[in-house]
Design a protein around this ligand. Sequence first.
Ligand code: NIG
Ligand code: FE
Length: 412
Amino acid sequence: MSYKLLINIGQLVGVSSTQNPLRGNDLKNLSIIENAWLLVENDRIHSFGSMQQMTVVVKPEQVIDINQQTILPTWVDSHTHLVFAESREAEFVQKIQGATYAEIAASGGGILNSASKIAQIDEEELYERSQIRLNELIKLGTGAIEIKSGYGLSTEAELKMLRVIKRLKEVNDIPIKATFLGAHAYPLKFKENHSAYIDLIIHEMLPEIERLKLADYMDVFCEKGFFEIEESRRLLNAGLKHGLVPKIHANQLNCFGAVELGVELGAVSVDHLESMDDASIKTLGGSTTIGTLLPGAAYFLRMSYPPARDLINAGAVLALASDFNPGSCPSGNMNQMVSMACIQMKLLPSEAINAATINGAFAMGVHQEVGSIAVGKKANLILYAKMPSLSYIPYSFGSNLIEAVMISGSFI
Ligand code: NIG
Ligand code: FE
């Protein structure tokens, strides 16, 4: 056994062993121990408490004086598209110059642009590029991450992406979940025959993914012109038969029943939610499905933000994630997402931190492992510089206040 004792922690934030995600008014309940100690045993949190009553029964190999700095559990990013081949900053400039979505698509841009790059890239190279991105995010405090396929759009290329995610799972010592997003867009060849692509997903991709155990969840881009409600229902029901729990890209562009579908199917989360009406807010609020907000995408696409306060008032469970991808959010910095949630959606700092940690952990099924400071959870911690108060984290947007990140009991 190896023990590390952290002493004089100014604020130990996110102390919770809740067995349920935080809903509605409870989202703001963020528990903090001032002037704390924490004992790490190997890769796990062994015990913790207030410095006034330190009861450490073992002899630690290392005693680390935290000097009144702040410690948080690492961020849980429950929605990303981290595995992609190339960035798309040319489209970014085209959009600045006024190009529309249709024009960008016509000039070979968008999801299909990323798909043609995935088709060409060597699997080893795809893995290496993805690993570099993941390393950057871990240094920014991400200690668990969900990663989607969906830039393959053929059986071969979807499997290539999922194998890369599987390798990331094996190599990295943080919880990673894989989500199959074959239903992200229609490949050109199926532009006029949507049902044939849906059949391909159901009859060819899903059986192979189950056989090779390549995914934990299934996601669908449920939007008008992409995967309509009935098509999404058929796809996600097929996924369920292959053991994949549903998630949905819902209500990003249209409010036409995607949230309701997610609730009906028992989706773990419905993500985006920029376009909500009273009925969809009420439905989500009364359900156990988590609403995952992605402020980075709304920011980058200059869209209106999800109605976070209305969702909280309706009793919904909210999580916060990055949506890291080359098209609509080329940042996976969760510190920025927390800041944006406070600035643009008026979440309280405590609400945003809970949404980006414990509720994110529930949104990717890793709540027994990470998401809070609790005995037995992984010692995945962020050490922040000394600050006047916790609100300083979202307030000082753009600053990197992180001094160190601990993953599985070791500072990286
Ligand atoms: O979550 N909305 C759909 N999918 C991605 C963006 C896709 C892309 O442009 O590459 C998203 O925002
Ligand atoms: Fe997304």
